[in-house]
Write a protein that binds this ligand. Structure first.
Ligand SMILES: *Cc1c(COP(=O)(O)O)cnc(C)c1O
Length: 345
């Protein structure tokens, strides 16, 4: 039985072109800065995002952690969303490892932090307070329906940051999904950020790795933090080779994932017992609720799994589906047929 894998875009195995590039990659010791393939990937990433420099790291979690460590010192405060991946799903690494203080601001349904909430969270100069240092945004916003943050919003946050001398880090695990959905150049979308991280290993389908982009000085600090965390990999060019293919070949096609997610959402909206607003689906992440109380998300995902469709239960009645390059428009139709059948039982 063919499996339709919708749990996550992290499930994507490397493409044939990636495997070939990995097998043939020219390598060296990257801790010495001598891996030509890693160096090329870092130059490409910096160039795409319009930044001076970039750093290849093991994961999105490491990307966000080295960025926070590079921007902040012990006891500094980071303003971030109540539903930020960095707050929810990264083990509180900035506190656990960096002695940094998180200050959450409630996320709006579209993934934004309200500008007045950011302003209100910024500390004055007072011996009682930690120092506000960093605003951390997420683009696209994972938990908030994969919503992209537009350039206009970034400019408004940029104004606040400049006024208060704060830095901005963007957790852009799906940054290229945002740029494609908004039809803007990634460099323009990154312009207001002091640093942006993005994952190669999600929709871009590379097996491993994330990038951090920013000024050369920032990247020098981030590189130190990466070594501290044990992330100094040696012949990492084997992995970085797939990242080069990801940037060259896998970005434009993200539009297909967005179209498939929309199609899935529209189909789910037609099925009795499910609740979703398809208008909220702008990229590749689809959340929906089971409205019939006799079926839990756990039971639902087990039943569709038995018919070859995999989705992720993320709450008692809440399910997540994520489209990616191995999911075709036909797969979406098939998945919808399976779900209709399960819901009619
Ligand atoms: C997946 C994800 C991360 C972390 O990436 P890993 O490579 O899994 O560590 C960070 N932020 C967001 C928004 C994500 O979706």
């Amino acid at each position: 039985m063919p499996i339709i894998e919708l749990r996550s875009d992290t499930m994507t195995p490397p493409t044939a072109a990636m495997r070939q590039a990995m097998a043939q990659a020219e390598v060296g010791d990257d801790v010495f800065g001598e891996d030509p393939t890693v160096n090329r990937l870092e130059e490409m990433a910096a160039d795409r995002l319009g930044k001076e420099a970039a750093l290849y790291v093991a994961s999105g979690t490491m990307a966000n952690l080295v960025s926070q460590l590079a921007h902040c010192g012990r006891g500094d405060e980071i303003i971030l969303g109540s539903h930020a991946h960095t707050f929810f799903y990264e083990q509180g690494g900035s506190a656990a490892v960096g002695s940094l203080h998180p200050r959450t601001v409630v996320n709006q349904p579209d993934g934004k932090l309200a500008l007045e909430d950011i302003e209100a969270a910024i500390r004055g100069d007072n011996v009682h307070f930690p120092r506000s240092r960093l605003i951390l945004l997420e683009n696209t916003h994972n938990i908030c329906n994969g919503c992209p943050l537009e350039i206009k919003y970034m400019q408004a946050v940029g104004d606040i940051a400049r006024r208060h001398r704060l830095k901005i880090h963007v957790d852009g695990a799906r940054f290229f999904n945002a740029a494609i959905a908004l039809k803007v150049a990634p460099g323009d979308l990154a312009a207001e950020a002091d640093s942006v991280s993005f994952c190669l290993s999600k929709g871009l389908a590379a097996p491993v790795g994330s990038m951090v982009c920013g000024t050369q000085d920032f990247i020098n600090e981030a590189r130190r933090a990466r070594k501290l965390l044990g992330g100094g990999m040696r012949q990492a060019g084997i992995l970085a080779a797939a990242g080069i293919i990801a940037l060259n070949e896998m970005v434009e096609r993200l539009a297909e994932d967005h179209a498939n997610a929309k199609k899935l959402a529209e189909g789910l909206a037609e099925i009795a017992g499910l609740s979703i607003d398809p208008h909220q689906i702008r990229t590749n992440i689809v959340f929906f609720e089971l409205t019939a109380e006799q079926m839990t998300a756990e039971q639902f995902t087990q039943q569709i799994n038995a018919a070859g469709v995999r989705m992720l239960p993320v709450g008692p009645q809440k399910v997540r589906a994520v489209t990616h390059y191995q999911v075709t428009a036909d797969d979406i139709e098939q998945a919808l047929a399976v779900i209709s059948k399960v819901m009619r039982r």
